[in-house]
Design a protein around this ligand. Structure first.
Ligand code: FPP
Length: 251
């Protein structure tokens, strides 16, 4: 059976079950290994990974997922060789240039979350453009996490709260979980229902540490450039088989 037909069959099974995760988050990992296995330079692994981003957005739209969060570039990634960082920035620009029209037409709202001050001017301009051009859409929100680290995000929230207290807008006793969540980049998103990590690594790598408190985790052994619609649907089928208790006893 062709991979596309297999994916359609999995989609039909998911629909029979009915429970679709509202928010899917993905740690896209394994581009480097994918390239190494083929004796290719690492940036070509990232380029292939861009095709997987396309496939997963398509898959999420077909499923009716409302929020898709992709970890595209971590704060730690700035420490990679300049050529690789440059290649990733260029890919981000290329992805936006190639996809913006289709994303807009398909009802995808794109947002870019992280410390955007560090982006190259060209990448920052591309990011501004895609955010502006898709802001009115509401079928699927695609959160691209770029130059993002979860601990830094929490530190930023703490500073914002400290400022609100220091300037008399709130008292220390007003600080609760909601007040912290409201100062994260993800303030207006529901927490992820499902977090997928590819390439078999069993880590969360400083991604959405606050937000994944009750998220179901799914580790795929597939390297990101080989991850597509079919693999996304396999993850969702596994999610549908889980019993989510949020710390309570089972029914
Ligand atoms: C991890 O693989 C992946 C990244 C650091 C970058 C993710 C980027 C993309 C998927 C392509 C561009 C995305 C967009 C949204 C345009 P790794 O390099 O750490 O792989 P390794 O662990 O095998 O070395």
């Amino acid at each position: 059976m062709s991979p596309e037909k297999h994916a359609d069959e999995l989609l039909a099974r998911i629909r029979v079950h009915g429970a679709i995760p509202r928010h899917v988050a993905i740690i896209m990992d394994g581009n480097g290994r994918w390239a190494r296995e083929r004796l290719l330079p690492r940036p070509l692994g990232h380029r292939s990974g861009m095709q997987s981003v396309r496939a997963v957005v398509k898959g999420a739209l077909a499923l009716g997922v409302e929020w898709l969060s992709l970890f595209a570039f971590s704060q730690e990634n700035w420490q990679r060789p300049a050529t690789e960082v440059g290649a990733l920035m260029s890919l981000l620009e290329e992805y936006i240039a190639r996809e913006v029209d289709e994303l807009r037409e398909k009802g995808v709202r794109v947002r870019v979350l992280g410390d955007l001050e560090r982006l190259t001017p060209a990448a920052a301009a591309a990011v501004d453009r895609v955010i502006r051009d898709t802001a009115h859409n509401d079928r699927l929100t695609l959160n691209l996490f770029i130059s993002y680290g979860s601990r830094a995000e929490i530190v930023r929230a703490a500073r914002l709260l400290a400022r609100d207290v220091a300037e008399g807008r709130m008292s220390p006793d007003d600080i609760d979980e909601e007040a912290i969540a409201a100062r994260l980049y993800t303030a207006d998103c529901p927490d992820p229902d499902l977090l997928i990590r590819t390439s078999g690594e069993l880590r969360v790598s400083n991604f959405l540490l606050w937000q994944i408190a009750y998220t179901e985790l799914y580790i795929s052994d597939v390297l990101w450039p080989d991850f597509g619609r079919r693999e996304l649907y396999e993850a969702v089928l596994a999610f549908q088989g889980r019993e989510r208790r949020f710390g309570r006893v089972s029914a």
